[in-house]
Design a protein around this ligand. Sequence first.
Ligand code: IPD
Length: 265
Amino acid sequence: MMVRSALLNVMMGAARKAARSLVRDYGEVEHLQVSMKGPADFVSSADIRCEKTLRAELKKARPGFGFLLEEGGEIAGDDKSHRWIIDPIDGTTNFLHGIPNFCISIGLERDGEMVAGVVYQPLGDEMFHAEKGAGAFLNERRLRVSARRKMEECVFTTGIPFHGRPGHQTFLKELTAVMGQVAGIRRFGSAALDLAYVAAGRCDGYWEAGIKPWDIAAGIVLVKEAGGYVSDYDGGAAMLETGELVAANDHLHQPLLKLLRSARG
Ligand code: IPD
């Protein structure tokens, strides 16, 4: 029987509450695609609305904890040990275009270490959650990373840098190095869900550079608690600081890292 901590219950409750308006807003966005103005302004208000609900719910339950918010930035709390790291809509470009792959991501950091994570995909009602030492779950089901060992059988996910982001040429080198070795590479457009998919064994690994802490905070806990490995490009644990992340099972993590490093030269 799965016993969930009070903290996880708080995080999941906040995600479910915020998701209600998000799903309504997504319905609107689908209609706005064909309008001249497009849904961009509407989506940024949906983002802010969702973040406000998450912040209020989490603050009510743990008044002292600090926040790192995609929209609101850093908000220090009285409790210097704990910080919520939140992306109200991860997969914003998808949301904006009416593509149903987006989620709410809530991570909890304790003394510099990620200790709990919730990634909620409201349209599919998929609640991925994990807490340090207690395992990773999708709704009620325990998760394990994939057991694949052969690169040529594996599917990896990644993020492609876009307009205004650096690293386009480096990414192309990485892609060239990896695509010749594997069964497939996917770009789904939500790093938090990419990591949840690695935790669930749906994908065998994920890499991205130039990623923000709120995109990966929760997913890091999911992958680790599902038995996977997560690191920066040097193999260290400075993912939130460097904005680099490589995640996979224990057979694939080193080979993937090696490929990415050789691509970068
Ligand atoms: C983005 C998504 C995307 C990743 C980008 C992120 P956002 O986050 O996670 O998959 O490739 O690097 O910025 O903007 O949708 O919160």
